[in-house]
Design a protein around this ligand. Structure first.
Ligand SMILES: C[S@@+](CC[C@H](N)C(=O)[O-])C[C@H]1O[C@@H](n2cnc3c(N)ncnc32)[C@H](O)[C@@H]1O
Length: 233
């Protein structure tokens, strides 16, 4: 009987935690739910080459590596890199995960390396936000997708969101969408894509009113001429 009571007490605690998470346990569960929701949203498959920026303890890296063929990650904190490497050691050994110390504004990857880039609750920590977003565009493959998860409850959420949406459009991302979510403390999922061509990026970024003689792609991986632009307008 005592065992049954203890057992049901444990179950009801968990039930309560999943319904209305609170305290340390609640915060862990909320975090897991948010990470799972973010990774689910990426719709990852074996052929995906994924980059997570600001991976922290590496929980979402681990979830993403269950579906994607390869997951890379950067975080400027040595402590986080060590923790995340411990959490993902078998996938690292198998060559399916690679984690390193770096900042969003200086991504140590060649142009057009990844077809998915994402970050969860790290954007508000980036010291050079616009440089970071330009780096994301540079390392994304053409047509590649971006997911950024901004956290509610942080005093700068609304200004970060406004800045983010404006920068993504200016830099040349396409299909930019924002959706409020209720996971954890709540927040916003922002999704976007690297356009099929730099010309599209230039058109989106400049509002198709260019009288420029040369349009340089923000990713610096190609450029388009005024003739190319004229041919599309
Ligand atoms: C609130 S934690 C989020 C960690 C993880 N994404 C998660 O959801 O558990 C913010 C992370 O952003 C990282 N960070 C700080 N500055 C950064 C930058 N300039 N570029 C990339 N990541 C950064 C921090 O080291 C930290 O791991």
């Amino acid at each position: 009987m005592a065992t049954t009571n203890q057992g049901s007490a444990r179950v009801s605690t968990l039930d309560r935690q999943f319904g209305h998470p609170s305290g340390v346990m609640g915060s862990v569960i909320e975090h897991k739910q948010l990470h799972q929701a973010a990774v689910d949203r990426l719709l990852l498959a074996q052929e995906d080459n994924v980059l997570e920026i600001g991976f922290g303890p590496g929980t979402a890296v681990k979830l993403a590596a269950r579906h994607a063929g390869f997951v890379a990650g950067v975080d400027p904190s040595i402590e986080m890199v060590l923790q995340a490497k411990r959490r993902n050691r078998s996938a690292i050994r198998a060559g399916r995960v690679q984690l390193q110390r770096a900042s969003a504004s200086t991504l140590p990857f060649a142009n057009e390396t990844f077809n998915v880039v994402h970050e969860i609750n790290s954007f508000n920590h980036w010291d050079k936000k616009e440089s970071g977003l330009m780096e994301v565009l540079r390392v994304l493959k053409t047509g590649g997708r971006l997911l950024m998860v901004l956290r509610q409850g942080h005093s700068s959420l609304e200004s970060d969101l406004e800045m983010l949406l404006g920068s993504l459009a200016r830099i040349g991302f396409s299909q930019i969408e924002a959706e409020r979510h209720q996971f954890g403390h709540g927040g916003v999922f922002v999704t976007a894509r690297k356009p099929r061509s730099c010309l599209t990026a230039a058109l989106i970024g400049k509002g198709a009113q260019s009288s420029m003689t040369q349009i340089t792609c923000p990713s610096r991986s190609c450029s388009s001429s005024a003739n190319d632009l004229a041919a599309t307008t």
